[in-house]
Write a protein that binds this ligand. Structure first.
Ligand code: EAX
Length: 309
């Protein structure tokens, strides 16, 4: 108990995998500013960018045991903890940014965030990574046959791995902090990420081609530790929700900016950009992924998302 004087500020440890000039850092800054302001300094935030607390799977584990307080993460490894979120990882599920953002901001998004709490992970807000595109150092990709046998790093996500297998590629799951070196050393030829991540990580140093496959929308989530949560009052929880909301909004704005400006940066740095990719053959090739998803997880959430107006 603190007698007299101001309580000591509690320092919140916030991690993510991307560089300190990425869209996640923009979101981390907004989280920090908002939480420090609304709590009137009761909480301070220390940002740990660039995977300094480990990969996304490591950090989510950290949330569960309370060694990490908050994380901005893709849904890559999240399904391993909260299987209900796998639905979001289905390729070609979201039609465009508007569809994705409005679904995640609706009851559907809230329902998915609520599924995390029993796993000691607090879903605070849906933020954004962006539509993922393929890059590689082998050949320009126009159609599925161009990825035949390609060694591609995927996130540690069964739905994504299945999809790349259906396309005839050879997927290797790997945590993000290992990816740059793996591309550099030729352990893998290819990777897939949104323009945001490609720019923030300067993948042009190790990849020659990008094809705008837009094969899957990659949400990000602002997550809190269940251990931390159990120690907070209702009011304090509300401050964290406000901070996460501000973070998601700031990140989405930055994603939108980079969607238009990022491609020029990639070209300026020597990447060839294949813009006119016909998505239909890719979509047809991955159809079996939907069938096995439905067998395992049912169709309810999938239908809600697909039918969302
Ligand atoms: O969340 O692992 C990935 O490719 C993610 O897109 C990245 O860590 C940002």
């Amino acid at each position: 108990m603190i007698l007299g004087g101001a309580a000591e500020a509690r320092e919140i440890q916030l991690g993510h995998t991307l560089s300190d000039d990425s869209h996640y850092s923009v979101g981390a800054d907004a989280f920090k500013e908002t939480l420090e302001e609304v709590s009137d300094g009761e909480f301070t935030v220390r940002e740990h960018p660039a995977g300094s607390l480990g990969g996304e799977r490591d950090m989510i584990e950290g949330l569960q045991i309370g060694t990490v307080d908050a994380v901005i993460t893709s849904t890559g490894p999240l399904g391993n903890f909260v299987p209900e979120t796998y639905v979001l990882d289905l390729p070609f599920l979201f039609r465009d940014y508007e569809h994705a953002r409005s679904v995640l901001d609706s009851e559907i998004g809230d329902d998915l965030l609520a599924k995390m709490e029993p796993h000691n992970i607090i879903g605070l807000a849906w933020s954004e990574n962006g539509f993922r595109h393929m890059t590689n150092s082998r050949n320009a990709v126009q159609e599925p046959s161009d990825v035949d046998g390609m060694k591609i790093r995927t996130m540690e996500n069964q739905v994504h791995m299945n999809a790349f297998e259906e396309l005839g590629a050879s997927p290797t799951p790997m945590a993000f902090p290992e990816l740059f070196t793996a591309l550099q050393q030729g352990t893998v030829d290819a990777q897939e990420n949104p323009v945001t991540v490609i720019v923030a990580t300067k993948f042009w140093e190790v990849q020659d081609h990008i094809s705008l496959t837009g094969h899957v929308y990659s949400p990000a989530a602002v997550l809190g530790s269940g251990v931390l949560w159990s120690e907070l009052t209702e009011q304090e929880r509300d401050w964290f929700n406000q901070a996460a909301q501000a973070s998601a909004e700031a990140t989405r704005e930055e994603v939108s900016r980079l969607e238009t400006e990022g491609l020029d940066l990639l070209r300026e740095n020597g990447m060839t950009v294949v813009e006119d990719v016909d998505k239909t053959p890719f979509q047809n090739a991955i159809e079996p992924v939907y069938e096995s998803f439905k067998d395992e997880y049912g169709t309810e959430m999938l239908n809600r998302i697909q039918n969302f107006e």
